[in-house]
Unconditional design. Structure first.
Lengths: 315, 350, 332
């Protein structure tokens, strides 16, 4: 029946391979559908994640298609029309116009583009870097870990905003520099998070099983440990996005981030603040826009965290 | 069993494994866990060798050190004639293809984030047994069939499987590299009795078909009695008795072995009849951090006297193939003497 | 009737889950007489834990529901008690010994603090005129620790649970359970988390205490050896149904229900020999449980009637009943 064949391998291959392959691909699709279906079911059952997800999705769509969805896309660039300055919200300008006659609504939507880009760049740089360091330090342990984690501690002690302020003040402030500044400290949170998870997973038997199989540390880190960190990272990234946007807006508000005439939300608030309370629409709408986006990310992150916790309990 | 060679396949000599205990900001070592404190054993090709003991005995550590999850503190391991104690690349390559391990906890021995296919084919990829994804799928399908699971299970994730099914997957993973030797660390302890029976039968069948050797580690004495050819009893890092299984259970010589066997709750009269009388006076199982001096069982042994406190008895061959460690057992006893000694206090339950 | 400490009558418990209604308990009936030691044995998922939780009143009522059944503890219907009455009952009339002694004690309090808490509450609830004095509480604590044969009880009082070994923690737990002189003890897998030599000590201790204090005990476990050593009568449970009940000795000598037979055959023996093939198939999904006898898909003797109606418990001998149509009952 079954013993080792000429190569010493355990295989006996007397079956029609065609039918087995078909069966396998059918079951593969079935499993994928079921997994996705269950994940979606859990997600959709949770009102918080649906709310957050919708809000974020809305903003993303608006930002992506801004040129097509806004009434005055050219107002997002250099544009002045002094006949239309300081119009309160009306039918032509839903959010009113600003001090040089630009449509606030259009600029807010384009402002979303900048905010999202900021989050993307900052997290896109810092997260992979931080995760990688976290995995390496957590798995290798010993001196490597001590060195990496102590460096992390030093960086963690620096508040992101302060760092960004310092760099922007030292050089000419641009939004790019601000983003890099934030990224240069942001990685530490992810490094620490992943380091912690790696340390606990390292002890699990499935990691030992991979070691017994002769897998290299790199392979174990990527195939065994990283997938188990994925949920925590995703939740954190979602919550981070809101915070990064807030930091960016704060910097712009202080004049160190997005420079005019670019429609940064923080910048708009800063310029509009001088005209409070009479021309309230200059600050209120950009503020609400920021609030909406950050709230969306926070709800989404919370919702994802709930969904993942439920999944962990196996309900 | 036919075709079995009498030469030892795995030879472990004076294996020692200590784990440092670190504390403080600079992680200085303040003590050590003497998990394995000098273990020697030999396993033959195609043999099922049982290793029993309670917590802190070191039995799991022995298994994990043999498959090189842990590095030995000292001692040697010879496998198929080669000295594989050193952690060279050659040794690691050699060992990981010939030896494998099946773990205890079905929940943590499979990565919850990897499909069954990914888990099992890992070994095939690492050892370059197959470069072709389709080929690997066929091999995995075969392995799943061998452990009595449908090949369509390969796309499932561990959370969709029951404990028994997960252990089957663990066994399939172990078989993927065509090993000669498998360490099974409590493979069925987390399973229900009826499921355990099926898994044990599967393991026995595979062993016969593929001429595998097993190191079967368990705290369940009845289970080891059923399937192991020879059995060793460990206590606080050392072997205290080693004998052919039937002989160990019928004529246990070491007082600890007798205490162990007599403590097992059994369900039939026949089993009760062969249980020896308890020879311990209570007390706790010692921790391997602070093992007792001399013979580790002396704080709990009725026969303990001065020499037991001071000196660790050697593991001596009292009968051909039957080794034990006790100052109160004479070397070279005849079988009759042994029978008499172990019968003296046997429980005669009606 | 009043000789019964515990009586469960036709208990049904359902859970509302994503896939539908999970009918976990399907008409469970059992009883424990005063002073009796009864075992409830079954494998994972058979419903013994749910049964125990129902008796103790710690079942989460949504998502669980109890559409039918009664649980009488010393005559009172537990399911109809108010929350206040339930609280009063727990710890005094009925006590529960949890499975894992390693985690059941609070690590941030000393043994003494926890023991004193337990004693103090009991004093008030039993309506004693005055709360016990500090000395009285201390004496009671020491006394009960001595009763569970812990050496040096004075020192144990000031120990934290992490400083104690598994066996000692288990004894402390037993002490905490017994200090309020309960009439009924539910023991969930006693000693399973402990080494076998320690478990033997604990089981001996338990047997002795139960005898001297005349406590009724319901012992829940999957370990048939423990059932044999500790109980006088046993119920075998499968998939939410009681399939067999008998005096313990006769159950192991001559099991009648096919599930029990398969189960007992699967137990490895100290005398060696082959283990049986196990029982083919798996535990059913309770949302689509098999009709009639829930064991019929896995039963080598299944007949047509087994699919249609749940078999009643048929009396085979004095004190030996099995729910199986092999022994009649088709026309019942």
């Amino acid at each position: 029946m079954s013993s080792r064949n000429a190569n010493g391998s355990l295989i006996d291959d007397n079956h029609g391979t065609a039918s087995i392959e078909d069966e396998l691909s059918i079951s593969r699709w079935k499993e994928l559908k079921e997994r996705f279906g269950r994940g979606w079911f859990r997600f959709s059952r949770n009102p918080i994640s649906i709310a957050g997800g919708s809000m974020v999705l809305l903003v993303i769509i608006l930002a992506l298609f801004a040129p097509y969805l806004t009434p005055y896309p050219q107002h997002a660039r250099e544009y002045t029309d002094f006949s239309q300055t300081f119009q309160p919200p009306n039918r032509e300008h839903w959010f009113g116009t600003d001090e040089v006659g630009r449509d606030v609504f259009t600029r807010v939507i384009f402002g979303y583009r900048i905010s999202l880009l900021m989050a993307l760049v900052v997290l896109g740089i810092s997260v992979p870097f931080g995760v990688m360091l976290g995995l390496i330090s957590g798995y290798l342990g010993g001196r490597v870990e001590t060195i990496i984690m102590r460096i992390t501690d030093v960086f963690l002690a620096i508040p992101a905003l302060v760092m960004a302020l310092a760099i922007c003040a030292a050089f000419t402030p641009t939004i790019e520099k601000a983003m890099l500044a934030v990224a240069s400290i942001w990685w530490t949170w992810h490094c620490r998070l992943v380091n912690g998870i790696t340390r606990s997973i390292k002890m699990e038997e499935f990691v030992q099983a991979s070691q017994v199989n002769g897998a290299s540390p790199l392979r174990i880190i990527i195939k065994d440990i990283l997938p188990n960190c994925a949920s925590a990272i995703i939740v954190k990234v979602t919550l981070d996005a809101g915070f990064v946007i807030l930091v960016g807006a704060g910097l712009s508000f202080l004049g160190l981030g997005v420079q005019p005439p670019k429609p940064g939300l923080g910048t708009m608030i800063s310029y509009g603040a001088a005209h409070l309370p009479t021309k309230w629409w200059l600050t209120v709408f950009p503020s609400m826009a920021i609030f909406f986006l950050i709230l969306g990310f926070n709800l989404l992150g919370d919702g994802l965290r709930d969904v993942i916790a439920v999944e962990a309990e196996g309900i | 069993m036919e075709g079995r060679m009498a030469e030892p396949f795995l030879v472990v000599e004076n294996l020692v494994k200590h784990f440092p205990i670190r504390a403080g900001v600079f992680q200085r070592q303040i003590g050590e866990v003497r998990a394995v404190d000098g273990v020697s054993l030999q396993i033959e090709r195609g043999e099922i060798f049982g290793l029993v003991g309670e917590s802190g005995s070191g039995k799991s550590t022995v298994g994990k050190t043999i498959v090189r999850i842990f590095r030995p503190t000292s001692g040697t391991i010879h496998f198929m004639g080669k000295d594989v104690t050193e952690r060279t690349k050659r040794n690691v390559d050699f060992l990981t293809k010939q030896t494998q391990m099946v773990f205890q906890d079905p929940k943590s021995s499979l990565n919850p984030r990897r499909s069954i296919l990914s888990t099992i084919e890992d070994a095939l990829i690492v050892h370059r047994i197959s470069h072709n994804g389709r080929n690997r799928r066929m091999i995995v399908a075969d392995l799943l069939k061998r452990v009595e699971l449908s090949p369509t299970y390969m796309y499932k994730y561990p959370s969709a499987l029951s404990g028994g099914q997960r252990q089957r997957v663990s066994i399939a993973r172990a078989l993927a590299v065509n090993p000669f030797f498998i360490v099974l660390d409590e493979p069925t302890s987390a399973l229900d009795v009826s499921v355990q029976a099926k898994i044990i039968r599967l393991l026995q069948r595979l062993q016969k078909e593929l001429q595998l050797s097993y190191l079967f580690i368990s705290h369940d004495l009845s289970l080891v009695r059923t399937i192991a050819k020879r059995t060793a009893v460990m206590y606080v890092g050392r072997i205290y008795e080693l004998a052919p299984t039937e002989q160990l259970f019928l004529y246990p010589l070491c007082p600890y072995t007798r205490t162990l066997i007599s403590s097992v709750p059994v369900i039939s009269k026949e089993e009760n009849r062969i249980k020896p009388a308890k020879q311990s006076i209570g007390g706790e199982v010692p921790s391997p951090v602070t093992p007792p001096s001399g013979c580790a069982f002396h704080p709990r042994c009725e026969l303990a006297d001065d020499i037991c406190r001071k000196q660790l008895p050697d593991l001596e061959e009292v009968l051909p193939g039957h080794f034990t460690r006790c100052h109160h057992v004479e070397k070279n006893m005849t079988l009759d003497q042994i029978k008499e000694k172990s019968m003296i206090k046997k429980q005669g339950k009606s | 009737m009043n000789n019964n400490m515990l009586q469960i009558r036709d208990l049904h418990v359902h859970f509302h889950v994503y896939e539908g209604i999970s009918r976990v308990l399907d008409g469970v009936s059992l009883h424990v007489l005063k002073g009796e030691r009864v075992g409830l044995a079954g494998e994972t998922g058979c419903g013994k834990t749910i049964t125990m939780k129902s008796v103790m009143g710690i079942l989460h009522i949504p998502p669980a529901t109890i559409p039918r059944g009664e649980i009488l503890l010393d005559g009172r219907n537990v399911l109809k008690l108010s929350k206040k009455e339930l609280i009063r009952m727990k710890g005094t009339d009925i006590s529960m010994m949890f499975q894992d002694p390693m985690n059941a004690l609070n690590p941030v309090f000393t043994v003494g603090q926890q023991l004193r808490d337990v004693i103090r509450f009991s004093g008030r609830r039993l309506g004693e005129k005055s709360v016990l004095s500090k000395k009285e509480i201390y004496d009671r604590a020491i006394a009960v620790l001595r009763e569970v044969r812990l050496p040096d009880p004075e020192r144990i009082m000031s120990n934290y649970s992490l400083e104690l070994s598994g066996g000692m923690r288990q004894r402390v737990l037993i002490a905490m359970d017994l200090v309020n002189k309960p009439k009924f003890l539910i023991a969930d897998e006693p000693g399973t988390a402990l080494d076998v030599t320690i478990q033997a000590q604990i089981l001996d201790l338990l047997k002795e205490l139960v005898k001297t204090r005349r406590i009724s005990i319901l012992l829940i476990t999957h370990n048939l050896g423990v059932i044999q050593e500790m109980t006088e009568r046993v119920y075998i449970m499968y998939a939410g149904q009681i399939v067999e009940t008998s005096v313990t000795a006769s159950l192991f000598e001559a099991p009648k229900h096919p599930y029990t037979q398969g189960l007992i055959a699967s137990v490895p023996r100290l005398t060696g020999g082959e283990i049986a093939e196990g029982i083919p198939g798996t535990v059913p999904d309770y949302t689509v449980a098999p009709s009639g006898c829930r064991f019929h898909p896995r039963c080598p003797h299944a007949m047509t009637v087994c699919r249609s109606r749940k078999p009643p418990l048929i009396e085979l001998d004095r004190d030996h009943e099995a729910a199986c149509y092999l022994y009649g009952g088709q026309n019942g």
